[in-house]
Ligand binder design. Structure first.
Ligand code: PGA
Ligand code: ZN
Length: 428
């Protein structure tokens, strides 16, 4: 039973306030969780409660969200059986009473949900991934295929490029350890190639490079050169994923503004551009290729490229069951990005993930661009056998702690590795 609950304000990897929660059970078992925060957020995401006090952290403080956990939420959960994660999470939603968890704040609520899961795992003397596997009804945990951030632009790098992220997927790897090694070679080679070309390589928010390429083709050529410079074969050893984050390019009239290129595109032009990328480069996965309300555009994109390419909805679905159902009905995309803080509770996240997989959508467990040293999503990816994980680059401790947790789990368990098969044959 839940004996104490304590939330506090800590800092995330961008130096912005976020929530950390400690849960202690009556048997003394302890669980802690820290909550991440996005920059290119979807409108339908669960609500991150910020203080709005300009005198503290430019209004980004989370003292109110912490206080809500320490008072109202604690009173509602005190004495509750944390082994019943679903009941706990349902109670959190009921206490808040709003669909986007606006009243008490999804940041505090998610912290409680995850910390309670950890405390339960401790109490049951289970590794966290095993506890999650049990909650997910998954008898066979698997190690996920990583997609690793190499180049960033958009809201992750001062809009130095229009497209937000270019990622490397180590296609020929046979384990997470092998995959991380391959991705590390590409990350290092990309820095070298940039240096040779005199391109500044400042660190972007997720630990990738921010080369400020003027268009997608330039960034993709850089990716190919980095893969080759690492002694690897593009298309065989390493394939490419792109996060367009098109919602952050969309204007009031629904057109897409590529500011660096000086172009304004409609959905058809965007689709044609992506089709060219897929034709010219080993691109196997495209995330948020169109905006979050462009359902017709998404359906057209999926008709055009969905057989060959993983088309991932991030801002489109926001790990939200209603939006996912709508997307499935309208044949929008064939994959979902899963972010716990978009949903707001662990149970809600597991339900959305399970529904996506039951409908044949691929799933990628994802970090946010503002992260903490909490490696929870590594265990989540393994415990759910989601197949894929997107953590960021191989730099900065908030990112690396999650890769390290995957390495620990793989070494301890020898669980099978999903590998490139996690893409359901896309990009083959
Ligand atoms: P975010 O970025 O956390 O800033 O939303 C990650 C992503 O877009 O996938
Ligand atoms: Zn995204």
């Amino acid at each position: 039973a839940l004996a104490s609950l304590e939330a506090r304000q800590i800092l995330d990897s961008r130096g912005r306030p976020t929530i950390e929660v400690d849960v202690v059970l009556a048997d003394g078992s302890h669980g802690r969780a820290a909550v991440p925060s996005g920059a290119s957020t979807g409108t339908a995401e669960a609500h991150e409660l910020r203080d709005g006090d300009p005198a503290r952290y430019a209004g980004l403080g989370v003292l109110k969200a912490a206080a809500n956990v320490n008072t109202e939420i604690f009173h509602a959960l005190k004495g509750m059986d944390t082994l019943d994660q679903r009941r706990l999470d349902d109670t959190l939603r009921e206490v808040d009473g709003t669909p986007q968890l606006k009243r008490l704040g999804a940041n505090g609520i998610l912290g409680v949900s995850i910390a309670a899961c950890r405390a339960a795992a401790t109490s049951l003397k289970q590794p966290l991934y095993a506890r999650i596997a049990e909650l997910a009804g998954n008898p066979a945990p698997q190690m996920p295929l990583p997609m690793v951030n190499i180049l960033s632009g958009g809201l992750h790098a001062g809009r130095g490029m229009d497209v937000q992220d270019f990622l490397a997927i180590p296609a020929s790897a046979s384990s997470v350890e092998d995959a991380i090694h391959i991705a590390s070679k590409v990350r290092n080679a990309a820095a070298q190639v940039c240096a040779q070309e005199g391109i500044p390589t400042l660190l972007a928010d997720e630990g990738g490079l921010s080369p400020g390429c003027q268009d997608g083709d330039h960034a993709l050529r850089l990716m190919i050169r980095a893969i080759e410079a690492a002694g690897l074969r593009p298309g065989l050893d390493v394939v490419i994923a792109i996060d367009v984050a098109a919602a952050s390019l969309q204007q009031a009239d629904s057109t897409y503004r590529l500011a660096r290129e000086g172009k304004t595109l409609d959905a058809d032009d965007m689709i044609a551009m992506m089709e060219r990328w897929v034709h010219d480069y080993p691109v196997v996965s495209i995330e948020d290729g169109l905006g979050e309300e462009d359902w017709d555009g998404w359906a057209a994109l999926t008709t055009r490229l969905g057989q060959r390419v993983q088309l991932v909805g991030d801002d489109l679905f926001t790990t939200n069951m209603q939006r996912l159902r709508k997307g499935i009905d309208r044949h929008a995309g064939n994959g979902i990005l899963v972010k716990v803080n978009q949903n707001g509770t662990l149970t809600g996240t597991l339900d959305t993930l399970a529904h996506a997989r039951s409908k044949g959508y691929t799933a990628i467990i994802s970090a946010r661009s503002g992260e903490t040293e909490d490696p929870f999503i590594a265990d989540l990816a393994v415990g759910t056998s989601a197949g894929q994980i997107k953590i960021g680059s191989l730099r900065t401790s908030s990112t690396v702690c999650k890769y390290n947790q995957l390495l620990r789990i793989e070494a301890a368990t020898g669980f099978p590795y999903s590998g490139i098969g996690a893409l359901n044959g896309k990009g083959a």
